[in-house]
Design a binder for this molecule. Structure first.
Ligand code: P6P
Length: 336
């Protein structure tokens, strides 16, 4: 099947048919993500009931308070990926350095590396707002053996072979792409299986939602301020609605379904923005473009940025084509 619109009727869930565009190892890798997502989902859904809420009492490499579920999700995704012996290396927001994974044949011959944000938006956990896991997959470029950070983990986003997220919300949904469009699979918790619920997801070209933390308004570049004022003006098809959950996966998923733009600009002390390029901006940008949207730093395509560090930050503007192109117009007008 080419990139035709899939219908629910075409997929009775099973390990293979639900990932029609993944072959062999990649299929196994996405299945491993599916398993880790179910395990994490189980804990996220009962977080309010057991003493797993709140601060794990330490901070991660980003200097952010680690919530206990952050730690739990990180461990479960890493364990599952290692046990399946499919990747040669794993990078995580919660780990300072990447983890080299030996293949079952002991030659470290696996071909993929994965970068994950195991539980993004975790500050929302204690207030029962939705959170998510984000993942990005590359084919290694180094020869077999221990992976090499620069060659394998710091590839530009345009080299991704797959990317996606799991959103733990009112329902749990796995949204991913292997380069032939974007599909969403909703978990049936009673059966522990994911069903194709959102075939061929596409950003509406126009949207009516803008998502940004307006508390940072004073720190935004003038072009970003001008675009926000443009969104708020009483004119044809405006003002837009402002919607911001503070959870990238949740804000992105809503805008993907309804149309909209998500913005995390460079701000004052965070001249490179807040979001991490390799395991937040790049996978989200890959999905955006696969869903016919646009993802930019404001000045260049996110997927063309050459990473120089595992946890480097980058500005992110992504979503409906016409809205992001309007943003780019205001940003570039301001810098001319
Ligand atoms: P702020 C969560 O920490 C996160 O990385 C994204 O999920 C979210 O969009 C953003 O940061 C929220 O940041 O500064 O608005 O609280």
């Amino acid at each position: 099947m080419t990139n035709q619109k899939m219908t629910l009727g075409e997929f009775i869930f099973d390990n293979q048919s639900a990932f029609p565009y993944s072959t062999g190892e990649l299929s196994k890798l996405i299945n491993a993500i599916r398993l880790a997502a179910k395990i994490t989902n189980h804990e996220v859904n009962k977080a309010g009931l057991v003493d797993i809420l709140g601060d794990a009492g330490n901070t991660n490499v980003q200097g952010e308070n680690q919530q206990k579920l952050d730690v739990y999700a990180n461990v479960k995704f890493i364990q599952t990926l290692i046990q399946r012996g499919i990747v040669c290396g794993i990078a995580s927001e919660e780990e300072e350095d990447f983890i080299a994974v030996n293949s079952h044949d002991g030659k470290n011959s696996n071909q993929y590396v994965i970068l994950i944000d195991p539980l993004d938006g975790s500050s929302n956990i204690d207030v029962n707002a939705s959170v998510g896991t984000i993942f990005s997959i590359y084919r290694r470029t180094s020869p077999i053996g221990k992976p090499v950070e620069l060659k394998d983990f710091l590839q530009p986003g345009n080299k991704q072979v797959a990317a996606g997220y799991v959103m733990y919300g009112t329902s749990t949904i796995l949204v991913y792409s292997t380069g032939r469009g974007v599909n969403g699979f909703t978990l049936n918790p009673a059966l522990g299986t994911f069903y194709l619920s959102h075939p061929n997801l596409q950003f509406p070209e126009n949207g009516r939602i803008y998502s940004v933390n307006e508390g940072n308004y004073v720190h935004f570049a003038q072009g970003v301020k001008d675009y926000i004022k443009y969104c708020q003006r009483e004119e044809e098809n405006r003002p837009y609605s402002s919607r911001y959950i503070g959870s990238l996966v949740s804000d992105f998923h809503r805008n993907l379904i309804k149309g909209g733009i998500y913005m995390y600009p460079r701000i004052g002390p965070r001249q490179n923005g807040k979001l991490r390029l390799t395991y937040e901006c790049n996978p989200i940008a890959f999905l955006t473009e696969q869903a016919n949207g646009v993802a930019t730093t404001g000045y260049e395509r996110i997927l063309d940025v050459k990473p120089t560090a595992l946890h480097q930050r980058e500005a992110l503007f992504c979503g409906s084509k016409n809205m992001v192109e309007d943003l780019i117009h205001f940003v570039r007008r301001d810098t001319l």
